[in-house]
Design a binder for this molecule. Sequence first.
Ligand SMILES: *Cc1c(COP(=O)(O)O)cnc(C)c1O
Length: 446
Amino acid sequence: MPDTLGSPLAARDRGLVWHPYAPLDGPAPYAVEDASGVRLTLTSPDGTRYEVVDAMASWWCAVHGYGHPALDAAAHEQLDRFSHVMFGGLTHEPAVRLAERLTAMAPGPMAHVFFADSGSVSVEVALKLSLQYQAARGRPKRQRFLTVRGGYHGDTFAAMSVCDPVDGMHSAFPGALARQVFAPRPPAARLALTVTGEEVWETDRSALEAWSLEVQALAATHSDELAAVVVEPVLQGAGGMHVYHPDCLRVLRDVADEHGLLLVVDEIATGFGRTGRLFASEWADVVPDVMCVGKALTGGYLSLAAVLTTREVGGTITRSTFRALLHGPTFMANPLACAVANASVELVESSWKEQVPRVGRLLAEHLETAAALPHVTEVRTIGAVGVVQLTSPVDVPRVTRAAVERGLWVRPFRDLVYTMPPYVCTDDDVRLIAEGIVGAVAQVHG
Ligand SMILES: *Cc1c(COP(=O)(O)O)cnc(C)c1O
């Protein structure tokens, strides 16, 4: 990155505003001038203007792109009524409608919805709820969680405690994080397409068997202190874009049942069609006890998340000493966010089945050439997710710039250059993304 900042905004930003996981004196950011459809208009730190396809969908949220007429209309309409009211003692149409919609579309008999203001907070609520549930069942000593390595569940303290202990932020906060029980990362799997277009899962069966025995042993050892199993179903996102076999999720469901634990699935990244199922849990036909959704929930317009639970969980908490789920954010069920979420979820329901497999097929087809590059270890795709894994950490500023010059926006991390594009990308957009990723990787790491 040049030190002379041609973009006035980048110069004002630098050293003043913190960016995610970035030092105050880190590389200067690109400035967004406009966002429309799947495109961002950017000014680079050196003052050059670019129009790029957003291959990240703004961290996996903007599945319908920017300025979508239906989402804009929903926001405007709600804004004309009221944008926010407290949720204590009050309710409103957008929240009730969204709760009806989410419980109807979720896997299994989800009966209750808690609205949170971000994904991390929804995970906090899910964990808290699990402790309350166990206490209500007369097992107050069950205060820990069983999870797998390689996970990511958010940045707040309880959520961090179930993130991967090595790649997560555990070393930065020694002593401050609750110590959870970690099973190994589930072995990698691939979702392959047969010539007739059928989806088949491939994995190392003996590794899966060994993993499953290890999980069972861990659960048995810690049974009396465990409240719940917490996991991202089938695709671990920010923890490494790692795909694992649905059978592993079934194993976790069985382990939870055997030891009286709740199964909490974190569908914040995987929900709403991203993996090629409406919810990734459906790959395993697993019905969770608790499910967190967020990210694409509002199509990327506003921050909103939700925790869904079964009637059994809701009933148990209602019959407990406290009777309530002990949480209540100020902006709980924000009407503006709920109104947009209703429009977004409706769009997902009517279009993901066409969009996601189409985007996925094109990503698989056009990312494949990256596999032949010298510093690429693997190319993998699932649903509308495409991942190129390198042999060493990505040179993020250089790959970002090479991608921008090719007309796409990516935000690589660790050894991964990946895309989770908006579902509304045209075939040409998807080709541009895939070819742009291959080209940028070849240019910088070739
Ligand atoms: C992004 C993410 C979160 C955290 O959501 P925020 O809205 O950033 O707090 C939690 N879990 C998973 C799986 C995520 O991808």
